[in-house]
Design a protein around this ligand. Structure first.
Ligand code: NG6
Ligand code: CA
Length: 509
């Protein structure tokens, strides 16, 4: 019925196109623009709408006030690449080898022959784009020529336009790519990248610490090629005109995103806006430095908040507010020392990045995957708080539900349609979700189970409790959100139920 209705609307639209400008048609259609804003390493407690008191995020709070704020929304995993893989493919990343945190020269890991989130939009006639951090690999192999078209990449998995950096800001190559090409490349100064051995003559952080404007933390190893006074992971030579200035990365992404929105305001679009804040190296624009009193990590969060505000204002001033949905979330939980001496630890000032949760980035405890998640805009319940259990991986099937597309059997198999939950209209979400860090856990209703694991309980480098233990763990989140009391032995029947779920999920092909 809905499809029929939409067919009717589309036919009417085609007819109308003969008489009216395109913009009128787009506005009369039922298809909302969707802007998916992905923060990098932002914790559950890093936003004032989520209870932070030492830092203020007025724009995210404004977004939350206009929309629905989720308190039990998750990313699939406690690190970046797997979470982004799940978002794009609608499948749990632990089903596939090679989906862990990728080096900057990795090959593309998203299949080009299966449904992806952007392809769901494309099926429905949307324009699609990514602006920001990619971190899902590029090309068919590690050894690649950065001086010619680098593909496959975002364009080959459904994103019509891409303005990205390849991996993370702490990994070479520190360049932007527009579609297949490195931006501002001078063919006479070719780029070479290697993660195994030094290339070229650039100084490294290891040999020339005196050249650093921000020191690497001991033992983290962010001490290879220096770009802009910051030691990176990996070696790079050449491409001097292409290298970004860290203080400008965020505004570059914002400017490109705003340009894209402006150019696409008359047609439905999906914009995947993948911010770099507050991931390391935290080097915010100079005007944000020192603003938060919490070191550069806090300053980067203020910059992120400002960026979201700019985008919201643009959507409004272009008259798109009634036809646009903004989804804001983070790819994994928070970390303070992730490789640089940037004041995140020494100037923490009582701030609690994970809020009431235990653990952080890399952890199977809740702070690893439970993240801020706000949906606001056209048709979304405003000023609401939802406790529905949802995962970013569900956006794919949910948008497909909205747009009436087709997903072949066996594709996006872990993505569940939850559109009403995302709109804040249905209070129930998933029955359960598998959480993923080094080990796996299951969250179901008020229960959280963590499978036994020989992995380390604690990471000294980042000062994070990873949640691994040789014995099964069971927490009653309704009473113990901070996962302090393991009551597995008192509830063998629940442990069994959740162990069975995990075994069933693992067995799925
Ligand atoms: C870790 C890096 C960390 C960060 C992370 C990826 C070390 C010691 N630490 O391996 O600095 O880059 O990978 O973060 O190398 S993520 O958010 O992209 O997953
Ligand atoms: Ca991340």
């Amino acid at each position: 019925m809905w499809n029929k209705l939409k067919e009717g609307v589309s036919l009417a639209c085609i007819a109308l196109l003969f008489f009216f400008p395109r913009s009128l048609c787009a506005q009369s259609s039922q298809q909302p623009n969707i802007i998916f804003i992905y923060a990098d390493d932002l914790g559950f407690g890093d936003v004032s709408a989520y209870g932070a008191t030492r830092i203020h995020t007025p724009n995210l709070d404004r977004l939350a006030a206009r929309g629905t704020r989720f308190t039990n929304a998750h990313t699939s995993s406690a690190t970046c690449t797997p979470s982004r893989f799940a978002l794009m493919t609608g499948t749990y990343p632990w089903r596939k080898q090679g989906t862990g945190v990728l080096p900057g020269d990795a090959a593309l890991i998203v299949p080009t022959d299966k449904i992806t989130l952007p392809q769901v939009f494309k099926q429905a006639g949307y324009q699609t784009a990514i602006v920001g951090k990619w971190h899902l690999g590029l090309g068919t192999q590690v050894e690649k020529d950065w001086n010619n078209a680098v593909k496959p990449g975002p364009n080959e998995v459904g994103l019509d336009y891409a303005f990205i950096f390849p991996a993370t800001a702490d990994r070479v190559p520190t360049v932007f790519l527009e579609n297949h090409d490195v931006v501002a490349l001078d063919k006479d100064d070719p780029i070479e990248v290697d993660y195994q051995k030094p290339v070229g003559n650039d100084p490294t952080g290891k040999d020339h610490p005196e050249l650093l404007k921000m020191r690497s933390s001991p033992d983290h190893g962010h001490n290879q090629t220096i770009v802009n006074g910051i030691g990176r992971i990996g070696y790079m030579s050449g491409g001097y005109q292409t290298r970004w200035v860290d203080e400008e990365v965020s505004t570059t992404f914002l400017t490109v995103a705003q340009q894209y929105i402006k150019e696409n305001k008359d047609n439905p679009f999906f914009l995947y806006f993948a911010l770099t804040e507050p991931h390391v190296p935290r080097m915010p624009a100079t005007r944000f430095k020192g603003k938060s009193g919490l070191g550069y990590r806090g300053d980067a969060i203020l910059q992120l908040d400002w960026t979201v505000g700019e985008l919201m204002d643009q959507v409004e001033s272009l008259g798109l507010a009634d036809n646009t949905i903004i989804i804001f979330t983070s790819d994994n939980g928070p970390v303070l020392d992730d490789g640089y001496e940037d004041g995140a630890v020494t100037q923490l000032n009582g701030h609690t990045p994970a809020g009431p949760l235990r653990g952080g980035k890399y952890s199977i405890f809740e702070a690893g995957t439970r993240v801020p998640f706000i949906v606001a805009g056209a048709g979304v319940n405003s000023g609401a708080v939802s406790e529905a259990l949802v995962c970013q991986m569900d956006v794919l099937a949910s948008v497909n539900e909205l747009l009436g597309g087709e997903i072949k059997p066996g594709e996006a198999m872990d993505s569940q349609p939850m559109w009403d939950a995302f709109l804040g209209k249905a209070s129930n979400g998933r029955e359960y979700l598998v959480e993923h860090a080094g080990s796996l856990g299951v969250i179901k209703g008020e229960w959280k189970y963590i499978e036994p694991s020989e992995g380390p309980a604690y990471a000294k480098l980042t000062d994070i409790e990873l949640g691994n233990a040789p014995k099964a763990q069971l927490y009653k989140l309704s009473e113990d959100l901070g996962e302090k009391h393991n009551i597995a032995e008192e509830h063998p029947e629940i442990v069994k139920e959740l162990t069975d779920i995990l075994a069933e999920e693992r067995a799925k092909k």
